[in-house]
Design a protein around this ligand. Structure first.
Ligand code: LHQ
Length: 256
């Protein structure tokens, strides 16, 4: 249910249940965990690409696995499935690109929005499908959405379940780029290779410090930038970046 491949320091994770628009089954949760766990522990990885097989990115939770009308503990399902995986995803230090190749619904939409650089095919749509089946957005959708697009839009799309096109998502600041379907694969490939050749440790600091900014006070955050920049200043990649600038040549970053 997950296809994993590694080359050029790029880890590619493909959600692979195309007949079900890559909806998350129990098996897929487990395989996703194994793959993320591998990535967290492999220092050679300098960029992660998450995408889907076929015409969809991910339709969220597999609703076919719970056809019965019996009630169940969704809190438990979240904790041992999505939340466990998202905590692991969040601990990955390399930049994570999400290439939304088609519809991203429910948990699928919010898993995408938890990645660092999100691009989508122009034909893709983002659907906060949760309230249409009596749920609230999960996978930290209620945390990230208001930050990305503001409370007014976040509440409306969460309550209405309105599909948001890739272009609209860019205009709202929900994702980074909408790419013509015909150029998508090539541009995603260029993006991941570019990121994999940039100063990986600095990029990891960037993602962490942006997240921290939501809970830090102003002065406290200046202190954090100072401390992190001090570490960056001691890195190979900083020396290399400055040397390359002065020698008017492209830098060759090692990632540390
Ligand atoms: C699916 C699914 C799907 C199974 C398409 N499951 N088969 C939930 C509960 C538990 C714990 C915690 O968290 C959550 C979080 C959630 O993710 S809740 C939200 C769950 N997702 C949805 O409600 C989305 C349901 N899907 C749809 O609304 C549509 O399929 C979309 C709008 C995504 C795409 O529509 P279409 O392009 O028209 O495709 P389709 O509906 O024809 O789907 C194609 C096939 O995929 C079809 O199977 P079939 O055998 O009939 O060809 C669908 O049944 C299957 N599929 N989503 N979530």
């Amino acid at each position: 249910t997950i296809v994993y491949q590694q080359s050029d320091n790029i880890a590619t994770v493909v959600l692979n249940r195309p007949d079900k628009l890559n909806a998350f089954s129990e098996t897929m949760h487990k395989e996703f965990y194994q793959v993320l766990n591998h990535i967290v522990n492999d220092d050679s990885i300098r960029c992660v690409l998450l995408t889907g097989a076929g015409r969809g990115f991910c339709a969220g939770q597999d609703l076919g696995e719970r056809k019965g009308a019996e009630k169940m503990d969704l809190g438990e399902k979240l904790e041992n499935g999505y939340n466990k995986n998202l905590r692991l995803l969040k601990s990955i230090q390399a930049p994570i690109v999400c290439a939304v190749n088609g519809v991203a619904a429910g948990a699928g939409a919010n898993i995408a929005l938890n990645c660092d650089v999100v691009v989508a095919r122009k034909s893709a749509k983002f659907i906060q499908a949760f309230s249409s089946i009596g749920l609230i957005p999960d996978c930290n959708g209620t945390w990230i959405l208001p930050k990305l697009i503001g409370l007014a839009r976040a509440k409306a799309i969460a309550m209405l379940g309105t599909p948001v096109s890739a272009d609209q998502a860019v205009e709202w600041g929900m994702i980074y780029q909408a790419i013509d379907d015909s150029d998508f694969d090539q541009q995603v490939d260029e993006l991941t290779h570019t990121l994999a050749n940039r100063p990986t440790r600095a990029l990891s600091f960037i993602k962490n410090i942006f997240d921290e900014s939501y809970s830090n006070m102003y002065g406290e955050h200046l202190d954090r930038e100072r401390d992190v920049q001090r570490v960056c200043g001691l890195s190979h990649d900083f020396s290399e970046g400055v040397a390359a600038f002065n020698e008017k040549r492209p830098p060759k970053f090692k990632g540390h």
